[in-house]
Design a protein around this ligand. Structure first.
Ligand code: NDP
Length: 287
């Protein structure tokens, strides 16, 4: 007789706003392809002051885990039993694993970024990088690149947020051997010769402002550099389209998003999802 087991396994995302977050599309597609039909990804609108209640709910429902996005990535750290070393350095958690009530926090944003670089044949060890932005994504990316042995990172951000850039520099200086510097972004920025990796870790180009490009002198980007965008929506930003026309090796933010989602699924289920299925689901959702 067929086993009668209808227990649901719940994961999801806590955020606000969160309605436009495409996580559910790629996660559900992955679960279906894996034959995990009783696994469900919930997109949950959680008020800033209701995070503690949401965590209690997560435990009460024995949810296997959760992603956290704006505004909960930092605040959630107060409710965790254990936090990975890199998430501590980054100062933010974007995914939690619930091991029988013991909550473990990890940051898979930077790890997804590193996997995207790797899948494009880029090894950061000993390399020189320029990173635009100093927010949450830039922090995760710089910490992971620093821990992976990047030789040199230049952080470029709008002058108004110098403290953010300085804080990130301090983390890199105290915890890695990476040379780093901060430059105010107050006009078209020219990428220095000898740079290997360029990262757009800002929200410039994000839907609905899809025609906008980061203020970079594109002629300073040469074909021996690799450019990684973080924007997952649209799947191809104006920057990536222009770089492709110019023959510059580059990758979209979809790679980072899919890789971090795949890592989350593996940590929750113990099984590797099919990333091609996830890419296809994302493309269909954003078409
Ligand atoms: P934050 O709000 O923490 O940081 C945003 C960054 O973008 C800041 O450095 C900000 O500079 C900069 N910025 C915003 N507008 C402009 C502008 N017009 N010109 C120059 N700089 C600008 O956001 P996150 O770091 O969390 O997210 C950044 C992007 O990364 C988002 O688009 C998000 O979708 C994407 N992301 C993608 C992931 C993926 O898996 N692909 C994962 C996580 C994030 P300032 O400090 O001066 O405001």
């Amino acid at each position: 007789m067929k086993e009668q087991n209808y227990l649901d396994h719940l994961v999801g995302v806590f955020g606000q706003p969160v309605a436009e977050n495409p996580g559910v599309v790629i996660q559900d597609a992955a679960f279906e392809a894996m034959g995990l039909e009783r696994w469900h990804f919930l997109t949950l609108d959680v008020d800033k002051d209701k995070l503690e209640d949401a965590i209690k709910g997560l435990k009460a429902f024995k949810m296997r885990g959760i992603n956290c996005t704006i505004p909960h990535k930092i605040a959630v750290m107060d409710y965790l039993d254990e936090i990975s070393e890199s998430a501590k350095l980054i100062g933010a958690v974007n995914m939690i694993v619930n091991n029988d009530g013991h909550l473990f926090g990890e940051n898979t944003d930077g790890k997804g970024f590193m996997m995207s670089l790797e899948s494009n044949g880029v090894d950061v060890k000993g390399k020189k990088a320029v990173v635009f932005g100093a927010g949450g994504a830039a922090r995760a990316i710089c910490v992971e690149m620093g821990l992976a042995g990047a030789a040199d990172i230049t952080i470029v951000n709008r002058a108004q947020d110098r403290p953010l850039g300085d804080a990130l520099m301090a983390i890199l200086q105290e915890n890695t051997k990476t040379e780093c510097r901060y430059i105010d972004w107050d006009g078209p920025f020219s990428i220095p010769e000898g740079t290997d990796i360029v990262v757009n870790a800002t929200s410039v180009g994000l839907y609905p402002d899809v025609e906008v490009m980061p203020n970079i002198n594109l002629d300073s980007i040469t074909s021996d550099m690799f450019v990684q965008d973080v924007i997952p929506n649209p799947t191809e930003t104006a920057l990536i389209k222009e770089l492709r026309c110019r023959g510059i090796p580059c990758a979209t933010g979809a790679g980072m998003l899919i890789n971090q989602a795949a890592l989350n699924i593996e940590m929750w289920t113990g099984k590797k999802p099919d990333k091609d299925v996830m890419y296809k689901a994302l493309e269909e959702a954003l078409a």
